[in-house]
Design a protein around this ligand. Structure first.
Ligand code: PRX
Length: 635
């Protein structure tokens, strides 16, 4: 069966096939990859136990699909273009041959440093090609990578290292983002005070700031490569992996205080990311794909590294930020490399929009064919700006809905095929079966309806477990509604059957497209010596989509409130990282609690939105008078 989609009729036909014969459909998709041994069984699943297995019996290594298989025809094709933070610094291009060579070299380095299949490796690095090389080398040797975003604090890193019991860390001395320099190795040193499992740290030279190098533990990346270079043949045979062997762990926030280690496995994740990359963006050979995410997030894993490379594409990695040296930086990059596909977040679009037309002057942008959006709902104003100013009204916008747990894109227009509606993720891609349910888990059928978004059939990229705690995986995603994967998102299906994601229905805030659990932020605030209790909610924020609003009860004996706010922000930065800093802190004398002691966040959310007249029923509160006090403080 021809799985290429050129028209909406193709889409309808293939979508139909994918629901009538999911196993046949996915087997056909998987046939496009290189397997050391083909599968015995396409799918085995039991949502009640959160037990899902794809392509059982198959053997593969994802790096053979991302590297080796392109060497015959595309050895000299550029695999990675790297644009440095500082536009004055020289860019780098790595061909598939060079990337393969470097990945093999670094696989030797890992082996020399004692890494074996199944070991957990933590990566805390800037956006340099060596990050992609390290990720791929882990995959080649069969080690499980756990990339931690460079913005997380020492405490967050330590929690993640300890949860996964990582044995080795790969980091760099420092990193650059905009005008700032980050002391990555120093942060790792702080983290390691709490981590007994780590025996080795490999340190890449990037900013060459002074770092402490501990004998027997810390080694320089470059020294280790030199040792390997003298060995001659750098080839490193790819470890045969079972389709269901873990490929990586990526931590993400949920509604509890502790981040979850989302586990993806080798076979299904490979099939799903490559398929969605090719399908959604309608990627054509020789196009340049620029995903502006950081590899520290799932978008970077799936659409900078694995998806594009498995399809032999050229993927562009950018070390910096959209507004430095000025707000025209993305567009300079698009022009410099003649980018075909740009994939970014609504937050970035809104932020760039706020600079007006000036940064767009003298930008050509005519190379662009497709625009992508991910991470949060895109408001219509931002959608139209993206469409008109960047796409010049001629590039389809794919608003891609998905999650860390889904591995890849789930609901999205297919570029050039699906009719577009601003603000709508639009239609499920073939192979994905969404349904809407009410509070009781009853399916809401028909069009023009809203409900909680669930998926009723597995897809190859679905989360397999939460590291070290499978029960948590089951209760989080598969227990709310029997026999469904629950996304945590609210959703509208309009008269045409198009899906619009309306936002989280749980205690997760989406700040600039990054998930932050309210409980996590509350735990961090509560660590401050003067804080008695706190409650955190998300509120609408012009640029970030949602901002963090903290209601905080202080020890009454307090002196300087402004300074205390700064101290609280510093505490959150220490415990989680700057990304979780509240945008607003309001000191309150009490919190709206039910008689059983539960905080009624609904009321706090309304107050944070300044919707004081629609607070709903407050009579069930233990002390309804606190609400009036909080409103007064919020005015
Ligand atoms: O609420 C949805 C929102 O981001 C959440 C997933 O966050 P994360 O796991 O960090 O992954 C982000 C990148 C895939 C979702 O539950 N979200 C993601 N994409 C969209 C979105 N909300 C609306 N529209 C989207 N296109």
């Amino acid at each position: 069966m021809d799985l290429n989609i050129h028209t909406i009729e193709d889409y309808n036909r293939i979508y139909d096939f994918s629901t009538k014969d999911p196993e046949g459909f996915w087997a056909a998709v998987a046939d496009d990859y290189y397997w050391q041994k083909k599968w015995d069984k396409v799918l085995e699943w039991d949502f009640a136990k959160a037990d899902i297995k794809w392509f059982q019996g198959a053997k593969l290594n994802i790096t053979e699909n991302c590297l080796d298989r392109h060497l015959e025809k595309d050895a000299d094709k550029t695999a990675i273009i790297w644009e440095p933070n500082d536009p004055e610094e020289h860019f780098r291009k790595l061909s598939y041959k060079e990337l393969h060579f470097k990945v093999c070299q670094f696989s030797h380095v890992l082996k020399n440093n004692g890494v074996k299949k199944g070991d957990r490796i933590c990566l805390y690095m800037p956006m340099v090609p060596e990050l992609a090389i390290a990720v791929l080398a882990c995959a080649r040797i069969g080690a499980i990578h756990s990339v931690v975003f460079g913005g997380f604090s020492a405490q967050s890193i330590a929690d993640r290292i300890n949860d996964a019991q990582c044995s080795l860390i790969i980091t760099s001395d420092g990193g650059f983002r905009g005008s700032k320099e980050f002391p990555l190795k120093n942060i790792i040193d702080d983290a390691l005070v709490q981590c007994r499992s780590v025996g080795k740290v490999i340190v890449l030279t990037r900013s060459r700031i002074p770092v402490s190098m501990i004998k027997g533990r810390d080694v320089w990346w470059e020294d280790e490569i030199r040792k390997v270079e003298t060995h001659g043949n750098p080839d490193f045979p790819a470890e045969p992996m079972d389709a269901e062997d873990p490929l990586f762990i990526l931590y993400t926030s949920g509604s509890t205080g502790k981040p979850k280690g989302v586990v993806h496995t080798c076979g299904g994740y490979m099939v799903y990311t490559g398929y969605t990359f090719k399908t959604v963006f309608q990627y054509q050979p020789n196009q340049i794909h620029f995903c502006t995410a950081d590899i520290g997030w799932i978008t970077g894993h799936s659409y900078i590294v694995y998806g594009p490379l498995s399809q032999g594409a050229t993927t562009l990695m950018f070390e910096g930020i959209p507004t430095w040296p000025d707000a025209g930086r993305f567009w300079d990059i698009v022009d410099k490399y003649k980018v075909d596909i740009i994939y970014t977040a609504p937050t970035a679009i809104r932020s760039l929009m706020s600079f007006g037309d000036e940064p767009l002057k003298n930008k050509d942008l005519s190379s662009l064919k497709t625009l992508g959006s991910v991470g949060e709902p895109i408001n219509e104003e931002a959608w139209h700006w993206y469409d008109q100013k960047i796409g010049k009204g001629k590039c389809p916008i794919v608003d891609t809905w998905w999650q860390t747990e889904t591995g890849g894109i789930m609901i999205s227009a297919i570029a050039g095929v699906t009719p577009l509606k601003p603000g709508y993720a639009s239609l499920p891609i073939p192979g994905v079966q969404p349904i809407l349910v009410d509070e009781n888990g009853m399916e809401i059928e028909g069009n023009g309806v809203s409900g909680n978004l669930c998926i009723k059939f597995p897809w190859p990229g679905i989360i397999r477990t939460t590291y070290g705690d499978h029960e948590r995986n089951r209760t989080n995603y598969f227990a709310t509604y029997p026999n469904l994967y629950f996304t945590g998102d609210g959703c509208l299906r309009d008269q045409d059957g198009f899906y619009k994601i309306t936002g989280r229905v749980d205690d997760v805030i989406n700040v600039s497209g990054h998930r932050i659990g309210t409980a996590e932020v509350e735990n961090a605030i509560n660590m401050h010596a003067d804080v008695i209790e706190s409650a955190v909610v998300g509120y609408p924020h012009d640029i970030k989509g949602q901002g963090i609003y903290a209601f905080v009860i202080l020890d009454v004996s307090l002196h300087d409130h402004e300074l205390t706010k700064q101290d609280i922000l510093q505490t959150v930065t220490r415990i989680i990282g700057a990304i979780a800093k509240p945008d607003k802190i309001q000191f309150v004398s009490g919190l709206p609690k039910t008689r059983s002691g539960k905080i009624m966040r609904r009321i706090l959310r309304k107050i944070s939105e300044k919707e004081f007249s629609s607070l709903g029923d407050t009579s069930t509160l233990l002390d309804p008078s606190v609400v009036e006090d909080i409103i007064q403080g919020a005015l």
